[in-house]
Design a protein around this ligand. Structure first.
Ligand SMILES: Nc1ncnc2c1ncn2[C@@H]1O[C@H](COP(=O)(O)OP(=O)(O)OP(=O)(O)O)[C@@H](O)[C@H]1O
Ligand SMILES: Nc1ncnc2c1ncn2[C@@H]1O[C@H](COP(=O)(O)OP(=O)(O)OP(=O)(O)O)[C@@H](O)[C@H]1O
Ligand SMILES: [Mg+2]
Ligand SMILES: [Mg+2]
Lengths: 255, 255
């Protein structure tokens, strides 16, 4: 049975998609069958894996109940990694789902049909606390929260934890935080040190030991439609996401 | 009469808030009376100017029509720059305003009462295309679109232009794009060159001549609650935002 991780943070540009694409491909390369669900209308995770959303079925008709979830799943270039793509129509769900009964659990219903087929399911989220993110919080077993090592990224953490608490009580009693992931860490600048220290002080045991460094190869890989392990497997970016996958696997092995 | 500029892009972390705070303070320091409106529930522009939103009235009761807009305006440390702050309650407007008549024009109604008092009004937006951003598009005379010089940031441009077109036809006939602003440009890496060339190829005359370089001082300034001109006036970040203000002023002088 799959463990479902949602990758969330309403602060923009903190590395949600980069983490979703590269962590999912690292668990697949470690032999665990993995599904990545792109629930962001920007469809960055979809193009980051080299797929064009205009050519395929996407999450949009699945959430509206028009298509069965199995019909939208695509194979990717990474053996063992499938993708459920997104496209810009997903912007409409924020309004169209408002009148649906159980609107916050549409994604959960779709995912529950797939759990038996995968070891891991990851969900990439948009930078907001709207209905798409609430669906991802309701569907998840655990959350991965990327935090960029910058000042503004610290500010949003309070709002996010408040929202997680509300979803936990209302829709998903077993929801837990798997870990807070420090991203774009640049040892040469003070701000990175300060933010990392601040996060470790407040969240100690919930912070992943793996820290993702700022590495230009990670920002180049999406323009080739490849995860970092296929674009530049010896880069610091690739090594750090493999370390993260090992850390996650060792936790779930015990779990 | 003020010109109203909204700073928009649903892609996260592209430099909307950094542009809002530093461009608004640069126009104020050039002697133009300026108001910055923070319409992002993350309230980064509010803290970037050293103010704590918990202690003041914010945009939230203004949009709901409970308080007059004048009552929430604060002076900042920068002479000639006022702020209309935000706080996390603003997340609620996306749902609470849905049943209001003219819900997309609530911000415009508030701003129209202030136009006579300022030369420039800037609106910082959240990273989404929801009701808060639609309000900012409806209220604006012109748009400033920051684009990070990274691959994923290029992808979202199509969606944004589609939404602008829809708002233009439905709610704001005179809306125009003032300019596309290239941000976090790093001359040492290929991606920055490629993205800048791509944007200039497609949008030629609409791209600001000023390019904002990646400059660590810009990411340090918010932790001191100061715009770059007060934190490090001789930094490349400060100089580039002053250049941008001059470019904007020279356009509006002719306009
Ligand atoms: N560790 C890193 N080193 C260098 N660049 C990175 C790193 N992680 C992410 N990036 C780049 O930073 C930008 C933001 O990352 P990404 O798009 O993954 O964030 P996000 O949280 O998914 O953004 P959004 O909020 O828009 O969904 C992208 O251009 C990405 O390529
Ligand atoms: N030119 C720059 N050089 C270096 N760092 C920058 C620059 N511009 C912005 N930053 C930093 O990058 C991060 C993202 O910028 P910012 O928060 O302004 O983007 P945003 O588009 O407002 O994000 P959001 O989508 O969450 O509202 C911040 O930590 C900011 O300090
Ligand atoms: Mg993303
Ligand atoms: Mg912002």
């Amino acid at each position: 049975m799959a463990t479902v991780y949602s990758i969330v943070n309403q602060k923009g540009g903190v590395g949600k998609t980069t983490t979703a694409v590269n962590l999912a491909s690292a668990t697949a390369m470690a032999g665990r069958s993995t599904l990545l669900i792109d629930s962001d209308p920007q469809a960055n995770a979809t193009s980051g894996l080299g797929l064009r959303s205009q050519e395929h079925k996407t999450l949009y008709p699945i959430l509206l109940g028009i298509e069965p979830v199995e019909s939208a799943i695509l194979k990717t270039e990474v053996p063992g990694l499938d993708l459920l793509p997104s496209d810009h129509h997903l912007i409409g769900t924020e309004v169209e789902l408002v009148s649906f009964k159980g609107r916050e659990a549409r994604l959960k219903q779709a995912i529950d049909r797939l759990r038996a087929k995968y070891d891991f399911i990851f969900v990439d989220c948009p930078p907001s606390l709207g209905l798409l993110t609430i669906n991802a919080l309701t569907a998840a077993d655990a959350l991965i929260i990327p935090i960029q090592c910058e000042y503004y990224a610290l500010e949003g953490l309070g709002n996010l934890l408040r929202t997680i608490e509300q979803v936990d009580q209302a829709f998903n009693k077993k929801l837990k935080i798997e870990g807070i992931l420090l991203t774009m860490y640049d040892g040469r600048n003070n701000i990175s040190h300060q933010v990392a220290q601040e996060v470790e002080k407040h969240f100690a045991s919930q912070v992943f030991k793996t820290i993702i460094p700022r590495n230009v190869r990670l920002s180049e890989a999406p323009s080739f439609g490849k995860p970092i392990h296929l674009y530049d497997p010896t880069s610091r970016g690739a090594i750090s996401y493999q370390e993260l996958a090992r850390e996650l696997l060792s936790r779930s092995a015990i779990g």
